[in-house]
Each structure stands twice: as C-alpha cells, then as structure tokens.
Design a protein around this ligand. Structure first.
Ligand SMILES: [Mg+2]
Length: 423
C-alpha cells in the first residue's frame, strides 16, 4: 500500500492577501497592500477594533494579530487599515477549494483559509510530493493571486504543524523521522491544541519544549491533565490517526467556529458571537443557493470538554435569523455555565432547492426575511460588509460577521477580543 501523503494548505495572512488580490484584480489598483505596513481590522471608528491580519512590513514594526488597532498604530504610525470583507473571503476561499479539488483525490476544508488534501498514491501521477507541492503553491499564486504555505506529512497533525513553519509562500515537510529535528526544539505552546492553562501546568512540570513533552512520563501527564495530557503527549510524538474527510460539494454542511481570546462567561456575549457566526453562514448559503435543515451548536470549555446539540428545522432555510434562533435555543439547552473557549455553529443537509413548506403561519415572515437577507447581501457585495450591520453590533467590541476558523491553537495564546484571527 502506498504511503499516506497529506498536504495542509494554509493561506498566508488570508484576510489581508485576499483584500490585496481583490484590489489588484478587481479594482485595478496598482499598489499592493502587502508591500507596505497594513492591517485588516475592525472599523476605523470602532474603538475596540483589533488586528485580524497584518502584512509582512507591518509585522516588522511588531504589529501582532489580535492586538487593538490603537496599539498597532502606536507601534507603526503610518499603518494603513482596511475593514474586513467577509463575503470576499468566502469567494476566495471557495476558489481555493475548487482549485485543490482539481488535483487532490480528497479535500477537506478545515477553516476558511485552510484545507487538508490527501495525495496518497498520486506520486506516479504528479511526481514526488514535495516537488508537486511547490508547483501547486505557485499555481495558486498565479491563478488566484495569493500565496499559501503547504505542509506535507503522513498525517494531518504533522502536516498542519509543518505549514506553520517559516512563512510566506513556502513548502515544508515534517515526516515522522524529522520530528526530533524540526518539531521537538519548538516551545510547547506551538503544539496544536495546547491552551494557556495547560501551558502553565506543563511549565510547572519543567516541560518547555515539544521535545520535553514527548519525552515526559505519560502517567504523570495523565495525573495532572487527565486525558488531554495523554493526547498532548501523543501529538508531541507525532501520533495522529484522524482521516482527511472529503466534503461532498453537492450536499455539504456550512459551519463556522471561533476560539475566543477572553473566555465567554455570559449568555449575551455568547448570543452575540453566535449571531456573527450565523451571519457568515447565512451569506455563504445564499451565495451558493443552498438551504439547510439541520443546525447544530458546539462549544468547548476551558477544560477542553466539548459538547454539542442539534436540531432539525421544520423546513429548509438560508435565512440568517432562522439559523440564529435555532442556535440560541440549542445554546440554552447545551450550556452548563462553564467558561467557554470555543463556540461553533454547523448547519447541514444542504440542498440546492428550497423545499420550504409554506405553513399557514410562517410563510409571510419567511418571505419578508428572505427578501431582507438578499437585500443585505447585495448591499454588502457592493459596499462591503461594514455597510450594513445589526443594531446589536453597534458599539460592540464583537465583529459582526465572523469567518470560519478551526485554528484554535495559536489563538489560545493571544490576547484578543471575540474576532477571527488570521495567519
Ligand atoms: Mg492562514
């Protein structure tokens, strides 16, 4: 049997790169916002706006993802700020996934700017994986106008770790025989799914690098960190048996999740975050002319316990408000009051036809909301996402549309408000 070959494709500074590509290709601008200090961040007038993505020149001034715009401007007085445009990101993300689908037998979208591809058994067709990855990344740059990092390994965990090595526009391998040299010297906080509270515990155990963790006594880890301790030890040793799961395009689900920088401890904050997640899901559904009938909400608390609930709607929908209503109902049933680290909404059973059953009482309202949503999409497509926002988000520190984000790891370690962070 052929050796397993997994690619992890990760867009470099996704929101910023996508904005740059859009300005050059669609608006015909000649200057590239990637070539000077620039960031994507909340509305200029918003006091609480944070840096969602930064250019390489901005990074040189010490600007970091997740920091308040105000502090970024202090570090870099000439910093240019661009408002987020989530419908653009959805479009670019879709373009990336369809390009990958042209080459990879199996593609799993992991977040708005990341995907796993299973290239097992394709060496005869494409040549050695590392050489093909170079071609693939150049093809993405030339066809789509933005750069990616590609990490290659025999499992998802190591491929994802590898794509996080030196950026941008790079290919890295991290096969099991390279773990000791390439992964073990890194700080333990660089390991996927190692959160802030675990780091404290690990430091108390004199574990500072991934190598320290890999060589620690698993019984001791289990004693201090329960099952999560054992899981982290396995990761540090490069063990991961998760499969790349193909998402069939015709019947895919639409979901988003966000890791918050400050734990969520009250229902109102949770609802606001759920609404921003539903806004993006709704926009994606309508852009794809898809309708869903199953909504699920999942949460991860600070002890890394994950829980979820789902509900089947009486009729299929693409209306943000309907998805949000269901999400709130699910959240109330689900949440036990523990501080939350991650919130997510997933929708499924997508169809390309709207089989709304026009029930006697619901149809007029559904019609109205449907028209309202389409109007909002049109305004946002034309003038940007910031052009229309719900009253709930005015004067709120929360971004009103939240992009899908599965990348929990680095965000655990960063101070931020409840907004998606891109790298
Ligand atoms: Mg990225």
């Amino acid at each position: 049997m052929a050796d397993t070959i997994i690619f992890h494709v990760d867009v470099n500074s996704a929101f910023l790169s996508w904005e740059a590509a859009y300005r050059i290709e669609t608006l015909g601008e000649t200057e590239d916002i990637r070539s000077f200090p620039s960031v994507i961040g909340g509305n200029e007038k918003q006091r609480h706006g944070i840096v969602l993505a930064k250019s390489v020149p901005a990074k040189k001034f010490g600007v970091t993802t997740g920091e308040p715009l105000m502090s970024a401007r202090k570090k870099c007085p000439g910093l240019k700020t661009y408002a987020p445009n989530f419908s653009l990101y959805v479009e670019k993300s879709n373009a990336l996934i369809s390009l990958l689908n042209r080459y990879a037998p199996v593609v799993e979208q992991f977040s708005i700017d990341e995907a796993f591809c299973d290239f097992t058994g394709t060496t005869g067709l494409y040549g050695p994986p590392a050489e093909f990855a170079l071609k693939l990344k150049d093809m993405i740059r030339e066809e789509l106008g933005f750069t990616v990092n590609i990490g290659i390994s025999s499992n998802k965990l190591l491929a994802k770790m590898a794509s996080d090595f030196e950026k941008p526009d790079k290919v890295h391998t991290l096969f099991p025989n390279e773990i000791q040299e390439k992964m073990w010297p890194l700080p333990v906080s660089d390991l996927l799914y190692v959160g802030r509270s675990s780091i404290r515990t690990l430091h108390n155990l004199d574990i500072f690098t991934i190598g320290d963790l890999a060589n620690a006594d698993v019984a001791v880890l289990r004693q201090h960190l329960k099952k999560h301790g054992e899981d982290m030890w396995k990761s540090a040793n490069g063990m991961d048996d998760a499969l790349v799961r193909d998402t069939p395009p015709a019947n895919k689900g639409y979901g988003n999740s966000i890791t918050v920088g400050t734990d969520v401890t009250d229902r109102e904050t949770a609802f606001t975050i759920l609404l921003s997640l539903c806004e993006t899901i709704g926009a994606r559904l309508r852009a794809d002319h898809a309708y869903i009938s199953v909504v699920s909400v999942f949460v991860v608390d600070t002890a890394f316990h994950r829980s979820s609930h789902q509900i089947t709607l009486p009729s299929s929908t693409d209306i943000t408000e309907k998805i949000y209503e269901a999400a709130c109902e699910l959240f109330i049933r689900l949440w036990d009051g523990e501080p939350l680290r991650l919130l997510g909404v997933h929708t499924s059973r997508a169809t390309s036809e709207n089989f709304v059953q026009y029930d006697m009482f619901g149809s007029t309202e559904a019609d109205k909301l449907s028209k309202l949503n389409l109007a909002i999409d049109q305004i946002r497509n034309r003038y940007g996402d910031e052009a229309v926002k719900r009253a709930r988000f005015i004067d709120s520190e929360h971004t009103h549309m939240t992009g899908g984000l599965g990348k929990a790891k680095r965000d655990h370690n960063k101070p931020s408000s409840h907004a998606p962070l891109q790298d």
